[in-house]
Design a protein around this ligand. Structure first.
Ligand code: B12
Length: 209
């Protein structure tokens, strides 16, 4: 059996091939996909963040670790997508202006798809107007906004204002490492969730009513 701690260690070291191969092997062995994601990939990249914060790692280490994590995620994605009948609602997902972090957004989008939502991912560094445009075009029920930087998090309020200003029916759900429920309340977001599984629950709740 692949030891998930080894996947975590290889994410930290940025060993792209090892991470991809070990994740594949763990899936083939029948290990639980959510466990591989949480205990292998996500716990590895969190440590990378801590090391960057403490000055032990620099940007290149963070980039290569993110690349390794994304390779692992590619292997897991089809499994996160299982069981879809697309009826739950239409969602626009994007990362706020000035922010290029997309790993969390992609996981949330993929799990929403897996739960039956139709998801349009509009990418990273997205201007508020683009969220509005995409929501109009797709007649969206929900807009999911991700931000990982304290600076770009502040721009989320502009997205909410733009959506409300355009008179759209879409609700706005926010998330990302530094976002909290308190912050979401403060800027008037319709919902917040701390991780992908709870984002699915929150999205269902928001779309229902
Ligand atoms: C990987 C990473 C990068 C990669 C990103 C690669 C990519 N394609 O995404 C690279 C190397 C490019 C990068 C760049 C930078 N980064 Co960076 N990065 C990280 C790191 C290590 C991990 C982020 C991650 O992917 N986590 C894993 C995912 C799964 O977690 P997540 O994003 O939080 O998502 C989960 C939840 O938050 C939630 N969620 C996420 N989005 C949404 C959306 C909705 C709607 C909902 C409901 C939920 C939800 O669900 C997800 C799944 O469970 C973090 C450290 C950390 N602890 O977060 C730093 C971190 C976010 N980065 C940081 C910084 C400073 C930067 C740079 C400014 C560095 C620099 N000097 O250039 C640049 C910013 C560039 C920019 N303009 O955006 C700081 C931010 C500090 C701050 N508070 O502002 C952090 C916290 C590191 C640190 N400890 O200092 N980074």
């Amino acid at each position: 059996m692949v030891d998930l701690i080894k996947i975590k260690e290889n994410v930290i070291k940025g060993e792209v091939d090892e991470v991809r191969d070990m994740v594949k092997k763990a899936v083939d062995e029948g290990q639980e996909v959510k466990k591989i994601l949480d205990e292998g990939l996500i716990s590895g990249i969190s440590i990378v963040g801590d090391k960057y914060e403490s000055g032990e790692f620099f940007l290149p280490e963070m980039v290569i670790a993110a690349t390794a994590m994304k390779e692992g995620l590619k292997v897991l994605s089809p499994f996160l997508l299982r069981g879809d009948i697309k009826t739950a609602g239409t969602v626009i997902m994007g990362t706020a202006k000035g922010d290029i972090h997309d790993i969390g957004k992609t996981i949330v989008g993929t799990m929403l798809e897996g739960a039956g939502f139709t998801v349009t991912d509009i990418g990273v560094d997205v201007e508020p107007d683009k969220f509005v445009e995409a929501a109009k075009e797709n007649d969206a029920d929900l807009i999911g906004v991700s931000a990982l930087l304290t600076t770009t998090m502040m721009g989320m309020e502009d997205i909410i204002k733009a959506v409300r200003g355009a008179g759209l029916k879409a609700k706005v759900m926010i998330g990302g490492a530094s976002v909290t429920q308190e912050f979401a309340d403060e800027i008037g977001a319709d919902g917040y969730a701390p991780d992908a599984p709870s984002a699915v629950g929150k999205a269902k709740e928001l779309v229902k009513g």
